[in-house]
Design a binder for this molecule. Structure first.
Ligand code: 13P
Length: 331
């Protein structure tokens, strides 16, 4: 016997109303990635305290790390935790970068309210076929589906790059029409991870391709566009890591001013994972360096959690514009 859990049983929401309101009010819903308990606590608390809607993102590595069954009940616990604090915020649980129909189906059957099917590495027709298959299944259960067209760059720490293939604006209408996906991730110059640009200094970071974004927004008309690879790789956090025994060099992110601009031009979900990982590592390294005789994980993990809460509240207000938007989604 197969037991399925609907996202509604967990108290979650899909992303439809979130995106409608984000497009209308010109802000971006935060897509914050979590890989452990403290990050998840920080995401819910940071968004709860800023009255922001939130999409909690879990990628496949984190899903296996947490275990899907534990994650399901943990999520239910977080929804209750949020309510018990009096935070009335819409929460969505999203699979980040699902690669196969089977992975997406398994998440949908286990309470996710949104999934990404990432067929960006496939040829155009195969991407459409795979996305369509996931959409057909998800629609019956009212789960949202994010797809990707174009390839978002990835640079590893040895500066090996999987180059970007900017999204072709001429293809987006056909792709969205044929797949019926609920939102589309596009490539306009962002990149995953801490090493986004091969440049010497911050002032050499190139601008995102706002011309492509504008053309896509124009063609898709009031349709949810998603930006992956949107961490800003804050220098102060990298410096803390490096001055406490770490070695992260040539790490540059997307300037926050560019993300604000993107959210005004039709981007209504911005994905952030690396910034939280960097800050977490910075705080743990600093604490242990300063307190070599301490050995209670609650001390250094708790500090990391507090700092991530502050960062999330600041980003919601200063970068995404999602602070105090929850009520418009719930009304
Ligand atoms: P960053 O690595 O820039 O945080 O991007 C995360 C992301 O896009 C997850 O899908």
């Amino acid at each position: 016997m197969i037991f399925m859990t609907s996202f509604r049983e967990l108290g979650l929401r899909n992303t439809k109303k979130m995106f409608e309101v984000a497009l209308k009010n010109k802000f971006a819903i935060p897509g914050y990635n979590a890989s452990n308990l403290e990050q998840m606590q920080a995401i819910i608390t940071g968004c709860g305290e800023s009255n922001s809607p939130v999409i909690v993102q879990i990628n496949l590595i984190s899903l296996n790390y947490a275990n899907p069954i534990i994650l399901k009940y943990l999520t239910m616990g977080f929804v209750e935790f949020s309510k018990s604090n009096g935070w009335n915020i819409p929460i969505s649980l999203h699979l980040d970068h699902g690669k196969t129909f089977k992975q997406c189906k398994s998440c949908i059957d286990n309470g996710f309210s949104s999934v990404m099917i990432d067929g960006s590495h496939l040829d155009y027709e195969s991407n459409i076929k795979l996305t369509r298959e996931v959409v057909k299944y998800a629609k019956e259960l009212d789960v949202s589906v994010e797809a990707e067209l174009g390839v978002v760059e990835r640079i590893d720490k040895n500066q090996e790059r999987t180059p970007s293939k900017f999204t072709d604006p001429e293809k987006v209408e056909d792709f969205v029409k044929r797949t019926e996906c609920d939102s589309l991730a596009i490539a306009i110059g962002t990149s995953h991870g801490a090493y986004k640009f091969i440049v010497e200094k911050e002032s050499d970071i190139p601008n995102l391709r706002f011309d492509i974004l504008q053309e896509i927004s124009k063609r898709l008309k009031n349709y949810p566009i998603v930006l992956h690879g949107a961490s800003s790789v804050l220098k102060e956090h990298v410096d803390i890591i490096n001055s406490n025994g770490g070695s992260i060099t040539q790490a540059f992110g997307i300037p926050e001013s560019q993300l604000r601009k993107a959210s005004q031009l039709g981007v209504c979900k911005i994905n952030i994972a690396t910034d939280s990982r960097l800050l977490f590592t910075a705080m743990v390294r600093k604490y242990l360096q300063e307190h070599p005789d301490h050995f209670d994980p609650r001390q250094y993990l708790g500090l990391a959690r507090e700092e991530i809460i502050k960062m999330i509240k600041r980003k919601n207000t200063e970068v995404l514009g999602s602070t105090n938007q929850a009520k418009f989604i719930l009304e």
